[in-house]
Design a protein around this ligand. Structure first.
Ligand SMILES: [Zn+2]
Ligand SMILES: [Zn+2]
Length: 84
Protein backbone atom coordinates (compact mmCIF):
# COMPACT_ATOMS: atom_id res chain seq x y z
CA UNK A 1 0.00 0.00 0.00
CA UNK A 2 1.41 3.37 -0.93
CA UNK A 3 1.97 6.15 1.55
CA UNK A 4 -0.79 8.07 -0.14
CA UNK A 5 -3.42 5.36 0.17
CA UNK A 6 -2.42 4.70 3.78
CA UNK A 7 -2.92 8.35 4.57
CA UNK A 8 -6.23 8.33 2.75
CA UNK A 9 -7.43 5.23 4.58
CA UNK A 10 -6.67 7.06 7.82
CA UNK A 11 -8.75 10.01 6.64
CA UNK A 12 -11.63 7.68 5.76
CA UNK A 13 -11.45 6.13 9.24
CA UNK A 14 -11.30 9.54 10.90
CA UNK A 15 -14.31 10.68 8.89
CA UNK A 16 -16.46 7.98 10.51
CA UNK A 17 -15.90 9.59 13.90
CA UNK A 18 -17.34 12.90 12.87
CA UNK A 19 -21.05 12.12 12.62
CA UNK A 20 -22.49 15.62 12.78
CA UNK A 21 -21.99 19.15 11.59
CA UNK A 22 -23.21 22.14 13.55
CA UNK A 23 -25.66 24.68 12.17
CA UNK A 24 -26.65 27.66 14.30
CA UNK A 25 -25.17 25.77 17.22
CA UNK A 26 -27.35 22.66 16.71
CA UNK A 27 -25.96 19.31 15.55
CA UNK A 28 -27.12 17.82 12.27
CA UNK A 29 -26.31 14.24 11.38
CA UNK A 30 -24.10 14.00 8.31
CA UNK A 31 -25.53 12.07 5.35
CA UNK A 32 -23.75 8.75 4.82
CA UNK A 33 -23.04 7.46 1.35
CA UNK A 34 -25.72 5.20 -0.09
CA UNK A 35 -28.84 6.75 1.41
CA UNK A 36 -29.54 9.27 -1.21
CA UNK A 37 -27.08 8.77 -4.04
CA UNK A 38 -28.38 7.48 -7.36
CA UNK A 39 -25.03 6.48 -8.84
CA UNK A 40 -25.50 2.94 -7.60
CA UNK A 41 -21.77 2.41 -7.19
CA UNK A 42 -20.57 0.28 -4.25
CA UNK A 43 -18.01 2.95 -3.37
CA UNK A 44 -18.33 6.71 -3.40
CA UNK A 45 -16.92 7.88 -6.71
CA UNK A 46 -15.04 10.73 -5.09
CA UNK A 47 -13.78 9.63 -1.67
CA UNK A 48 -14.18 5.86 -1.96
CA UNK A 49 -16.15 5.13 1.21
CA UNK A 50 -18.62 2.24 1.21
CA UNK A 51 -22.40 2.43 1.48
CA UNK A 52 -23.38 3.51 4.99
CA UNK A 53 -20.06 5.21 5.70
CA UNK A 54 -19.57 8.92 6.07
CA UNK A 55 -17.68 10.78 3.38
CA UNK A 56 -14.17 12.07 3.81
CA UNK A 57 -14.16 15.85 4.38
CA UNK A 58 -13.94 17.75 1.08
CA UNK A 59 -15.66 14.92 -0.82
CA UNK A 60 -17.64 16.57 -3.62
CA UNK A 61 -20.39 13.92 -3.42
CA UNK A 62 -21.35 14.50 0.22
CA UNK A 63 -24.65 16.28 0.77
CA UNK A 64 -25.40 18.86 3.40
CA UNK A 65 -27.98 17.58 5.94
CA UNK A 66 -29.37 21.09 6.34
CA UNK A 67 -30.01 22.17 2.75
CA UNK A 68 -29.46 18.81 0.94
CA UNK A 69 -27.16 20.51 -1.55
CA UNK A 70 -23.51 19.68 -2.12
CA UNK A 71 -21.86 19.92 1.31
CA UNK A 72 -18.67 21.55 0.07
CA UNK A 73 -20.65 24.13 -1.90
CA UNK A 74 -22.94 25.43 0.83
CA UNK A 75 -22.41 27.70 3.80
CA UNK A 76 -24.66 25.96 6.32
CA UNK A 77 -22.06 24.60 8.72
CA UNK A 78 -20.93 26.99 11.42
CA UNK A 79 -17.63 28.65 10.71
CA UNK A 80 -15.61 26.47 13.05
CA UNK A 81 -16.90 23.43 11.17
CA UNK A 82 -15.79 24.52 7.72
CA UNK A 83 -13.80 21.78 6.07
CA UNK A 84 -10.95 23.34 4.20
ZN1 LIG B 1 -17.64 10.61 -0.81
ZN1 LIG C 1 -26.14 23.34 3.38
Amino acid sequence: MSTFSKAFAARQAAAQLKTTIRFCGAPFRRVPYGVDYPDGLPLCRDCGVEHGQLHVPTCCVERCPVCTKQAIGCDCADDDEVMA
